[in-house]
Design a protein around this ligand. Structure first.
Ligand SMILES: Cc1cc2nc3c(=O)[nH]c(=O)nc-3n(C[C@H](O)[C@H](O)[C@H](O)COP(=O)(O)OP(=O)(O)OC[C@H]3O[C@@H](n4cnc5c(N)ncnc54)[C@H](O)[C@@H]3O)c2cc1C
Ligand SMILES: *[C@@H]1O[C@H](CO)[C@@H](O)[C@H](O)[C@H]1NC(C)=O
Ligand SMILES: *[C@@H]1O[C@H](CO)[C@@H](O)[C@H](O)[C@H]1NC(C)=O
Ligand SMILES: *[C@@H]1O[C@H](CO)[C@@H](O)[C@H](O)[C@H]1NC(C)=O
Length: 530
């Protein structure tokens, strides 16, 4: 009851703030033409519950309203209005991409959630420009709305025979959402993360200004927003670098029982000039059915042999890589792959491969999503932990975590692969370890049950043990998609870069209106209670 009255209060407050004087809770239709805030889209109150959910499924904060923007001007108008209300207003604004955050980062308690996907219109709003178009030597790019899903960016660019260069493992994420973090996958060792593959952004700042920025123009805001956790503005458009799209992909998995050989091979592969196009890896502890897990539908050419592999009682490491190819030149690919594989030290009987289209490969996790959804196993809590571990600590880390802290990997995949720091632009807001090579280690746990082994509590206990070990052993770890809740923790996370981050906040969102769910800068405001 208390909750309801607070929400109603906030609705009223919001209506008054936005210029509508109304004594009942209006529906979306009534709100559209609301007073001085003219919108191409609309504000709605009936879907606030949906905007209080995310993939992590562990945190739910009701917003007062959801903005379905019909234009960039709508986003700017809403933010500007909240800015004009001044620091005594408790209202905040959170851009919501696809809501795939883990702990409320795209939520806004009592504030306005901007449904970015409303601006993500498929195709029509995307503009693909080919290399050299307009007479210059410019490379190909696409201008994509901030709320576009990467899968739709891919569909659109493929029509032109082009594709972005750097990806995430899963494509039902938004352009603005991943660029606000980093966007890392098996291409990052060569292409850099997604934030290294953007030429220009259009941003609505915390003052409600619409600013175009790039390395040449308003570069401080450009770099700040990349990996900026939504703190400096709402990305409404991104210019993303493209390359000719590969047609087919040879997708390969091999197994190791020795961690040193596994990581040495990974490191050798990412340092070789002519190498695979995608390099990842994962850790398998005490599992049956090891080649398939929820995140892929890998169908090895020899499924019978593959099914013989179990990791019962031991730790195995799976190296996963791909080579792009044109079907007309399959034999060249075979040759190159043969040479690369001949240098690796995997268990010889464990070479599995399959050939799929580029689209099938990139969208691989979605097939698993559909299966899990059908079993009711997608919308469960996801107490994920993503760490960036410097190379110099990775062996110590592995010895402690795989087999000691973790007795099995039954609750979800454990990713582990190296990247090279030189591909990460240190002017962005992304925080990475201070070493040339570092590993991305992702513990992607699901918690389908309320108690016991499959519970959130169990996973969180293990996560805490892992983080504790890193802190005590001085591993030099940084968290990715960090779920910190206090400014103290964030300061430690940013280290020497905190000063720059804070300066940018004062510059671009001085009232701390944006992305309150990151819990970095609390809005100086009246207490929220009634
Ligand atoms: C199944 C799965 C697989 C994943 N795989 C990878 C992976 O391989 N690599 C990787 O790097 N990440 C991966 N992620 C994490 C992903 O990058 C984050 O979930 C990220 O938050 C993007 O999700 P989203 O687009 O739904 O954004 P949201 O979760 O909605 O938003 C993320 C944050 O950015 C802010 N934000 C959203 N849109 C904008 C915008 N347009 N402008 C400014 N701020 C904005 C939000 O307020 C919030 O603070 C994965 C996530 C899932 C669920
Ligand atoms: C990392 O990249 C830099 C720049 O390309 C390169 O000089 C260096 O050798 C790379 N390091 C490793 C270990 O591959
Ligand atoms: C595998 O599981 C068994 C039984 O739960 C456990 O005793 C053993 O330590 C596990 N092995 C590893 C490597 O964690
Ligand atoms: C970024 O890297 C360059 C070149 O390595 C270095 O000179 C510069 O000081 C670094 N800047 C920051 C902010 O760390």
């Amino acid at each position: 009851m208390v909750r309801v009255s607070v929400v109603c209060c906030l609705k009223l407050l919001l209506l008054l703030a936005l210029g509508g004087v109304t004594m009942h809770v209006p529906d979306a239709g009534e709100l559209a033409p609301l007073g001085p805030l003219r919108l191409d889209g609309h504000l709605s109150f009936h879907d606030v519950a949906a905007a209080a959910r995310d993939f992590g499924n562990r945190c739910s904060m009701m917003p007062a309203a959801v903005l379905h923007p019909g234009s960039v001007a709508d986003v700017a108008a809403a933010v500007r209005r909240v800015f004009q209300l001044g620091e005594r207003s408790p209202l905040t604004v959170a851009a919501r991409g696809h809501g795939h955050s883990l702990l409320g980062q795209s939520q806004a308690a009592g504030g306005i959630v901007v449904r970015m996907e409303s601006l993500g219109g498929i195709g029509a709003r995307m503009r693909v420009v080919h290399a050299g178009e307009g007479g210059g030597r410019a490379s190909a790019y696409v201008d994509a709305p901030g709320g576009a899903l990467w899968i739709n960016v891919l569909h659109e660019t493929l029509k032109h025979g082009l594709a972005p260069k750097s990806w995430t493992d899963y494509l039902h994420l938004t352009v603005g959402g991943t660029l606000s973090n980093a966007g890392v996958s098996g291409q990052a060792f060569r292409q850099g993360p997604q934030v290294s593959n953007v030429n220009q952004l259009e941003i609505v700042t915390g003052r409600g200004d619409v600013v175009t920025c790039s390395p040449e123009e308003n570069s401080d805001l450009f770099y700040g927003a990349l990996g900026g956790l939504g703190q400096f503005g709402i990305i409404t458009r991104a210019r993303i670098a493209l390359e000719p799209a590969p047609k087919m992909v040879r997708w390969i998995r091999v197994l190791y029982s020795d961690f040193a050989s596994f990581t040495e091979d990974q490191e050798a592969l990412i340092s070789t000039a002519k190498t695979f196009d995608y390099i990842e890896g994962f850790v398998i502890i005490n599992r049956t059915g090891i080649l398939n897990n929820w995140r892929t539908s890998f169908k090895p050419q020899d499924p019978v042999q593959a099914s013989h592999f179990q990791s019962d009682g031991k730790v195995l490491y799976c190296l996963e890589m791909t080579k792009n190819f044109d079907p007309d030149e399959a034999d060249i690919m075979e040759q190159e792959v043969g040479v690369l594989l001949s240098r690796l030290r995997y268990i010889q009987s464990t070479l599995f491969h399959t050939d799929v289209t580029y689209l099938e490969f990139l969208d691989r996790v979605h097939s698993s999503e559909l299966k899990l959804r059908a079993q009711g196993l997608w919308e469960v809590p996801h107490p994920w932990l993503n760490l960036l571990i410097p190379r110099s600590s990775i062996h110590r880390f592995a010895r402690e975590v795989f087999g000691k802290i973790l007795k099995d990997s039954n609750n979800g995949p454990i990713l582990l692969y190296p990247v090279n720091r030189s591909k990460w632009d240190n002017r962005t807001s992304v925080v990475i370890p201070d070493e040339e090579i570092f590993y991305l280690v992702g513990f992607l746990s699901s918690a389908p049950s309320g108690s016991g082994h499959g519970s959130v509590e169990h996973a969180v206990t293990l996560n805490d043990k892992i983080v504790d070990f890193c802190d005590k052993a001085g591993v030099g770890m940084k968290q990715y998609l960090a779920p910190y809740t206090t400014q103290q923790q964030w300061k430690a996370h940013f280290g020497a870069r905190w000063e720059t981050f804070e300066r940018r906040k004062h510059m671009y969102d001085p009232l701390a209106i944006l992305a309150p769910g990151q819990r970095i800068f609390p809005k100086a405001s009246l207490p929220m209670s009634s």
